[in-house]
Design a binder for this molecule. Structure first.
Ligand code: NAD
Length: 265
């Protein structure tokens, strides 16, 4: 897809990957960008830095609710059907099955249900115009795993599953889907102020695999969207890891156990 003259939504646009996507998309002359974030001031700061020559709308909304997602999509639809819906807001929660139910539900709402709710709101408009593009930010953890953080790994697998299901189900109706699966990216999520949080979410072991800058990632996304590729991998080695996993699942689990012992033992 070409980004020029498109009506674009980016969620989680107040920082990190979302802000970098906005900066990159802005270079190609879109018609509109709607920036959604629970931190509206942070999203406004991204706009202020850009001084864009196109319409921008900041929506402060909790995307862990259906109402928040509907509000964002309706704000974009003031400019016509959504052309590119980037579902990027996400959180990390660490721990295993002992993590409290409220943490599991919270991360499911933001990392998975937000995608369901936003697509539910935007799809009728896209189908009516016979085209639309959905970009979801999952993670390499959605293809592989996340050591030490079951809720993150599980929700990111679900995000990949939803993206591929949408691509298959609505492809013939002109709906295109890309699924972004990065490993480490230099953002607040990977480098939180609280180092204990980084330990509990497995961020420390992700950092050891290599970290790229958000603007570097955004460039790879722009190329992936231009090529209309389903899987966008800013860390190309993830494809090799994923192939090794599917080639021999048991061997891969053994390897991950060793890696866990090395990085967390
Ligand atoms: N940073 C990495 O290494 C990495 C790797 C793989 C995938 N990801 C994914 O990339 C996406 C963006 O993460 P990031 O690294 O830029 O993190 P980040 O924490 O820097 O940015 C996330 C943004 O989402 C917003 N947000 C969080 N919860 C929200 C909610 N309920 N409603 C609205 N906005 C909300 C935050 O305010 C923040 O601006 C996430 O889905 C994350 O899982 C990140």
């Amino acid at each position: 897809m070409q980004l020029q003259d498109q009506n674009i939504v980016v969620t989680g646009a107040g920082g990190g990957i979302g802000a970098a996507l906005v900066r990159r998309f802005a270079q190609d002359g879109p018609r509109t960008i709607v920036l959604a974030d629970v931190d509206g001031a942070a999203a406004q700061a991204v706009v202020d830095e850009l001084e864009p020559g196109f319409d921008t709308v900041v929506v402060e909304a909790d995307l862990g609710t259906e109402a928040g997602n509907v509000e964002v999509v309706r704000a974009a639809e003031e400019y016509g059907p959504v052309d590119l819906l980037c579902l990027n807001a996400g959180i990390a929660v660490g721990g295993g099955v002992e993590a409290p139910d409220e943490d599991w539900y919270r991360i499911f709402d933001i990392n998975v249900m937000a995608h369901v709710w936003a697509v539910r709101a935007a799809l009728p408009g896209m189908l009516a115009q016979g085209s639309g593009y959905i970009l979801t930010t999952a993670s390499a953890a959605g293809l592989l795993t996340n050591l030490g953080a079951a809720p993150y790994a599980v929700t990111k697998h679900a995000a990949v599953a939803l993206a591929e299901w949408l691509a298959i189900t609505h492809g013939d109706a002109g709906i295109k889907v890309s699924c972004l699966c990065p490993q480490g990216v230099r953002t607040k999520m990977l480098f939180p102020d609280d180092e204990d949080l980084a330990k509990s979410t497995g961020a420390e072991s992700v950092r050891m695999q290599g970290v790229i800058e958000p603007d570097e990632l955004a460039e790879v996304v722009a190329i992936g969207l231009a090529d209309e590729r389903f899987l966008i991998l800013p860390h190309p080695e993830v494809l090799d890891y994923w192939r090794r996993k599917t080639d021999d699942y048991d061997r891969w689990i053994g390897g991950m156990r060793k890696l866990q012992a090395r990085t967390q033992g």
